[in-house]
Ligand binder design. Sequence first.
Ligand code: HEC
Ligand code: HEC
Ligand code: HEC
Ligand code: HEC
Ligand code: HEC
Length: 649
Amino acid sequence: MSNGRNGRRSNIVDRSKSRSRSALWITAGITCVALIPAVAMSGNRRGGQTQLPTTVEDFFQPGTQPEPDPQQFHPIIDSQECRLCHGTYLGPQDHSEPWDAWVNSMMGQATRDPVWQAAVTIANQDARFSGELCIRCHAPGAWLAGRSASGSLDDLQEGTDFDGVTCHFCHRGVDPIASPENPAEDTQILADLLYPPQYLGNAKYVVDPDDVRRGPFDDITEDMNMHGVPIIVSAFHRESAICATCHDVSNPAYTYDEPNNKYVLNALNAGHPTHDPQDMMPEQRTYSEWANSLFAAGGVQFNDGRFGGNHPTGLMQSCQDCHMPDRFTGGCFAFEFPPFFPREDMPFHGFNGANTWVLGAVLEQYGPNTGMSQDSVDAARARNVDMLRAASDVEIAQLANQLQVRVINWSGHKLPTGYPEGRRLWVNVKFYDADENLIDERGLYDFAAAQLTENDTKVYQVKFGMDKNIAKSVGLPSGESFHLVLNNYIAMDNRIPPLGFTNTAFEAVQAEPVAYAYDDGQHWDDTLFAIPEGAARTVVTLYHQTTSRQYIEFLRDTNVTDSRGQIAYDLWVSQGKSAPVDMDMVQHDLAGDLLADTDDDGRVNIFDLLDVLRAWGPCSGPSICREDVTLDGEVNAFDLLAVLMSWSI
Ligand code: HEC
Ligand code: HEC
Ligand code: HEC
Ligand code: HEC
Ligand code: HEC
């Protein structure tokens, strides 16, 4: 091993120089706070708005810092080199090998992702140098190599810089929080850092400066390549904490102002005062949602094989349990030969989630050099659709002349979770008459125009906005917006919480419902739809969409810098406009209007109410179940409600 561990000094010296510079700025910054609009006016005016004059310092995060010198930091190796042994050995249709699975995942293509690229341009337009932070998560190889300082993607080099969240990056990852359980090597690396992270999340990652790899298994001590690269057994790689690094995202340009309960712009060029993500504007909280769910507190037992591949028990806990399901196969090309064997629990590297069209767009734009083919992209899309379908169940019940639609979240976090802009779920309800004519539809989606009728149904989503102060400094209207780095409040968040949800715990991680309410423990949501006259049957569909028309048009129309917005838009069109996916579809025959008239006297009144109370409890046959108005097998509060709602018809 040529790269000695003591060689990392220059990295540290560099940062300390810029630290002392910023110390001066902290003092200067105090006077700036009150003058934000004035300061902002000195920013560039382009495209009808003023750019926030932020600096790289404003987006600084502790953790390993960029180091282009290969003597100090072993460069991130291209995943193509891992492919030699960890890819393409199971046959073209399988895709189970780590490389083949990973290359067809959003993490494998995180840097080429045209939607991301278009969003980075907007971020840079809105706040100078903010692209620096985007690159840190979406192109960690390029960031560590020191090519992020301008925040612009134009400075990234062809090849490894576009390798996304790479094999080598993840497998050199060190637990950023000191713990006695960590290997001694990791403890030493943390101790050597000038800026130890102290908090999980927001790309405060720590990477071994040497090519020392880490993995979950204890039977392999050396990576079988020419240089004899050591492998450390790493518990961190089995924990959700490794995913927390990037799956909790915050905007460090803002600090929480507790007395006024709002997020305010920092003194510029000074860095965040605490570096605690809980003091920053929350953008994504997938890890924190999980950490405050039943999955983190013991796990959830699934007996229907919904998640986890051939997991031995079906008890789902970590992100890896669901997103890296176990497969019975080999982890390297030599798996059929001793000392290597096929493993029962080979973690599948497909990282399937919710994105149904962007891999296709990357293939269309960059071609087979990406390592993907139309077949492999189709297979990955099918896996993502399976994941979406596993995420939820829909149950419906008739409450007199209303239809109740319940959406139940079985995923390990909110449904939907992750990226806030343009992602959504909605309920579509169709009513048919006795002759099978469609007589009414709620939540209609026009597939050709990519337009959703939102006002007559429930849409599950999070909406961000810009308050008056910020809006004024940048010369944009305040209120709801897609300006990711300018947004400083959450206007609404009705995404469905996971199992084990409590309001207090979610508030503490800035993930509470906004302009909506869920009870503690509630991991479902109900919506009532009025049943139109003459309806005999209903079909209810839950849809998920990755990228809405509004969002992709925003990326196109707001861009005054380059063609990335137009490119993303054109790909969105040619890939089918992010066609919504049906996650669940259920149908139900509707009973006549007077179902709640339990004594059949032509009126729904006190006598029906008393009937319901008398028959309270489970019912076992149609003759004694006249009081089961909602036809759910039990006489209960829903039937009482149904009677009240149909009162005196
Ligand atoms: C996002 C981080 C991440 C990326 C990217 C990633 N891995 Fe992994 N890898 C993991 C984690 C986490 C585990 C352990 C999962 C578990 O035990 O549940 C793992 C396990 C493995 C294993 C052990 C399986 C075995 O049979 O020995 C191998 C090999 C491996 N990864 C290789 C790769 C290669 C090659 C790539 C790139 C093509 C890659 N990984 C990309 C996180 C990652
Ligand atoms: C010359 C062949 C070869 C190359 C190239 C190679 N590996 Fe491996 N690696 C292996 C073999 C063989 C194993 C053992 C696999 C097993 O038992 O499942 C392995 C195991 C691993 C493990 C699992 C460690 C554990 O114990 O959990 C990780 C992680 C890993 N390799 C990462 C990488 C990464 C990252 C690259 C590219 C930078 C890479 N490897 C390149 C041969 C190779
Ligand atoms: C270096 C940062 C980083 C780490 C570490 C990381 N991720 Fe990711 N992950 C990303 C980025 C960036 C994307 C989005 C790429 C895009 O959409 O352009 C992503 C996307 C995903 C997606 C796909 C989401 C979708 O919309 O389909 C899943 C699933 C996922 N990650 C799971 C994991 C898991 C599980 C781990 C831990 C083993 C992990 N990630 C670790 C950065 C990271
Ligand atoms: C019980 C299984 C389960 C666990 C545990 C789990 N997830 Fe998921 N995840 C899902 C399902 C199902 C989906 C698809 C539905 C959705 O988009 O929310 C999903 C979607 C995602 C997405 C894409 C979200 C979107 O809509 O763009 C990301 C990113 C993700 N998960 C990351 C994580 C991370 C990180 C963890 C751990 C902190 C984790 N997941 C834990 C099941 C799980
Ligand atoms: C701390 C890590 C992190 C940082 C920093 C970060 N992202 Fe992401 N980003 C993610 C993860 C994780 C996802 C995947 C979530 C999902 O799929 O739901 C993602 C997804 C996205 C997506 C959705 C891509 C798609 O194909 O739908 C866009 C757009 C995006 N990020 C833009 C940005 C911009 C712009 C910045 C900088 C201002 C940025 N991100 C900074 C982690 C990060």
